[in-house]
Design a protein around this ligand. Structure first.
Ligand code: C5P
Length: 213
């Protein structure tokens, strides 16, 4: 299959020397891209800035901002059979970019933010993608309920849910555990390396394709 993976954080510029971002390392997304290659698939990896090595044989599409990731996804989704959205996209970006470095002055400074596009939420509605669609849900509470809400809202085939409040897993860790949430059931994937977890997730994508016939 042709598999598209989004990964990493996005970077939302504020002025020439500053940006807003988040704690995503990109490890889970890069592990998914590697697993896809190891399992014999063609993989396009659309990634925000990370310090990771790009897996060999992956078609790599580097981006910085959520808007760039949105456009790259629109372009590359056209030839994908399945897409996994593991990127930690910034929900908001600064409303304007200051051409010059913002100088310190008053005791308080307010930064106006505007909503970024919801990339996963646009896949069915705006991009009319009909392939297998997988979202991620990183939650600090009500894991299954929140993941199920995302599954329905974004018309995913399944959602990979993980609790980010537990220590030793999630952000920047080499390990993770997850709950795969399907419309009619859920399946626990116990704590393991992100590499092993990625193999199971790509296999679950393949099974979802097979089920569709
Ligand atoms: O941030 P949130 O928990 O809502 O993310 C859920 C899913 O939506 C993830 O798969 C993430 O990659 C995707 N997402 C996206 N575009 C956004 C926000 C989230 O594709 N602007």
């Amino acid at each position: 299959m042709n598999l598209l993976v989004t990964a990493g954080p996005t970077r939302e510029p504020l002025d020439p020397v500053r940006y807003l971002t988040n704690r995503s390392s990109g490890k889970m997304g890069y592990a998914l891209a590697s697993a896809g290659i190891q399992l014999g698939h063609r993989v396009t990896l659309i990634s925000g800035p990370t310090s990771l090595n790009v897996p060999v044989n992956v078609d790599y599409v580097p981006v910085e901002t959520a808007q760039q990731m949105f456009e790259a996804t629109r372009t590359h989704l056209a030839r994908a059979d399945a897409a996994i959205f593991s990127a930690a996209v910034a929900d908001y970006r600064p409303a304007s970019f200051a051409e010059n470095k913002i100088k310190k002055a008053e005791a308080r400074l307010t930064i106006d933010l505007v909503r970024n596009p919801d990339i996963l939420g646009s896949v069915r509605r705006e991009f009319s993608f009909e392939g297998v669609l997988v979202g991620f849900a990183a939650e600090t509470e009500n894991l299954e309920e929140n993941a199920r809400g995302k599954l329905e809202d974004k018309s995913c085939d399944f959602v990979v849910a993980n609790l980010v409040s537990q220590c030793g897993i999630g952000f920047d860790s080499d390990h993770n555990e997850a709950l795969l949430v399907y419309p009619d059931r859920s399946e626990i994937l116990p704590m393991q390396t992100k590499g092993d977890l990625a193999h199971l997730i790509v296999q679950a994508v393949q099974e979802a394709i097979n089920r569709r016939g």
